[in-house]
Structure formats: C-alpha cells, structure tokens
Design a protein around this ligand. Structure first.
Ligand code: AMP
Ligand code: MG
Length: 326
C-alpha cells in the first residue's frame, strides 16, 4: 500500500464530507486513523474479523492483546456488553471521555472474537473528541481502535506521528492537531464484584471512587510493583530511558518537569511543564519523547514527576517505556 492519505480537519468543526468519506472506508472494512481526546486511534470495524485482523497486522500487535471498542452513544453498548448499575453510573458521569470499561460480552455480541482476543470480556469507550464523535456517529458501527502506532512504541499524539509510524498500513489519516489529554484512557474492569483499575489515565481513581465506591488497584500495575522485571516494555522510544534523573550526562537528553529543571550536561532539554502542571505534562509526554528520540541520543534522562492525579498515568507510561526490552 502506498503512503496513507492525510485529510486535515478543524478539531471543533470537522467537515461533514470528509467524515462521510472516512466512515465509508470503515464500513467497507478499511482502516482509518483518527484523533481522540487521549491519543490517535487506528480504527477498524469491530464487528468485521478481517478489519480487526488488519489492525493487528498494521500495528504488529500480538493477537493476545485485546482492543477497545468505541461507539458514539451509550445506548449502542447494550447489544455489545452487559452493563450493570456501576457501569451505567460511570457512563452517566464520565462519558463521553477518557474512561474505558471492561464488561462481560453479551451472548450474541456482534464484536469480532479477535477484538477481545478470545476473552469473555470486552473493553468499551465513548470518546469525547469532536472528530471521533462525528466519525463514530456517521459510521454507526462499533470501531475497534488501539493507539495509532507500531506495537510497543510511543503512542501518537499528532498526525505526523501516525504518518511516521503507520503511514503505509492505513487507508486514511484524519488529522486534527494535537490530542488534548495526551495519555491513553483509564481502564477499569467491572467483570467481578470488585472494580479493578487496570491502567491509570485522565479519569482518576479518586473520581471513580466518588461514583461507585472503593476501587482495587490491579496487582500487575507497575505503580504497585518494585520489581522492574515484572514491568512490561511498552510505549518505548528507540533511546533508553533513565528515570528519576537530576541532570543529563553526555549523549543524553533531559526531559524535565517543573521550575527547577537543571540544564547541566546532556545534548538537549525539554520541559514537560515548566510550571509543574500535570495536565500540560501529560499532553506533552509522547510528543516530547518523540522529539528527543533522535539517533545521536542514547539515553533520555527523565526528572521525577509527582505520583498524584494525572502524574500516576504519566509515571505508568514512563516506567513501561524504561522497562527492560526483549
Ligand atoms: P490500547 O488499545 O493500546 O490502549 O490497549 C488496550 C488495553 O486494554 C489492552 O492492552 C489491555 O490491557 C486492555 N484490555 C482491552 N480489552 C480487555 C479485556 N477484555 N480484558 C482485559 N483487558 C483488556
Ligand atoms: Mg497502545
């Protein structure tokens, strides 16, 4: 396949003709990369096994790693998953938005088995980005959409990242500037009696607990484990990462946070947020890692980010990016 077609849209008022073109590609089983409020997604018809297989192939993603199905409205979900009271309350408060719920598949769920990697449960989300909303509404089908990058690499937060990472493997890229949140959705499992947080994101555990009460932390969550060997390598740039750095050494780049960033040593410096704002830091995280990941840099030294609020999601991604690789 030749390099993908890129169509740029106004993020707040997407052109209806372009949205129709993109929806038609999805309905025919093609792949469309599109912006969400978290990161760019690589979308395909979640009910079409071939389209879903195409997503795994385009990303080089292991087929045991399940995908999130996206829809425009909560009422579309009743046919796909078994919604309980907790799910309905969370849907009411946080959707559309950066929260993914894992729920049991319905007996006749039309979602491709491959999308949920053969599991009895399915991850679902209603994104709020106006382009994602418009596309999902127009297509009218559930859209499986993992992050629009090669598996294991940095997530894409700009159309350029998508083009560089997946260019030849996608039929159309809808570009609409940078993703406002910048880190992937919070993932909450509701398949058992206790709700379990599987991945931290912009919707915080505290916010969720205000609605449904206590939430357990996944035992596999890197935030809970001190053994780096247990960490799954993911979200990784080509250069290695050194966390909790105070300054950078020769051949290193420094990714700072807050007003006290030192500029001693190192080849290049970027600051996630000079004012120490975690929302700004999350929005900058992947694009700054992309920017610092040049061939002359062997290591990216990263200053500490506070382990609160959105900082939990930022540190989760940084720990995985720094984890030992195969
Ligand atoms: P991504 O699409 O790259 O944001 O990743 C989606 C992640 O959601 C997967 O890597 C899993 O960790 C999680 N996930 C999706 N579906 C399920 C499921 N049915 N059960 C448990 N985890 C899931
Ligand atoms: Mg991903």
């Amino acid at each position: 396949m030749a390099s993908a077609k890129l169509l740029s849209l106004n993020p707040n008022q997407p052109d209806a003709k372009v949205i129709r073109e993109a929806a038609a590609i999805l309905k025919k089983g093609g792949l469309v990369a599109f912006p969400t409020e978290t990161v760019y997604g690589l979308g395909g018809d979640a009910t079409n096994e071939k389209a879903v297989a195409g997503i795994f192939a385009a990303k080089g993603r292991p087929s045991f790693n399940p995908l999130i199905a996206h829809v425009a409205e909560a009422r579309q979900l009743e046919a796909l998953v078994v919604m309980d009271d907790r799910a309905r309350e969370l849907a009411e408060v946080f959707w559309p938005g950066p929260l993914t719920l894992i729920l049991p598949r319905t007996a006749n769920s039309p979602i491709a088995r491959l999308a949920s990697a053969g599991l009895p449960d399915l991850a679902v989300r209603i994104p709020s980005h106006p382009v994602a909303q418009a596309l999902l509404k127009e297509a009218g089908i559930p859209v499986a959409a993992p992050s629009a990058n090669r598996s294991g690499q940095l997530s894409s937060t700009t159309p350029l990242h998508v083009m560089e990472s997946l260019g030849e493997n996608v039929d159309l890229i809808l570009g609409a500037g940078r993703c406002p949140v910048g880190v992937e959705s919070t993932i909450l499992s509701l398949t058992k009696k206790d709700a379990v947080l599987l991945r931290p994101g912009a919707t915080t555990r505290e916010q969720i607990e205000e609605v449904i009460g206590p939430v357990l932390q996944s035992p596999g969550d890197p935030a809970n484990t001190s053994a780096p060997g247990q960490l799954q390598s993911h979200y990784a740039p080509r250069a290695r990462l050194r966390l909790n750095a105070k300054d950078a050494k020769e051949n290193e780049a420094l990714l700072g946070f807050g007003p006290d960033m030192g500029v001693k040593g190192g080849k290049r410096w970027l600051n996630l947020s000079p004012t120490g704002d975690l929302f700004e830091a999350a929005a900058n995280l992947f694009s700054m890692l992309h920017e610092l990941d040049t061939p002359d840099i062997t290591m990216i030294a990263v200053m500490p980010v506070p382990e609160t609020g959105l900082g939990l999601a930022i540190n989760d991604r940084l720990r995985r990016a720094a984890a030992p690789r195969e």
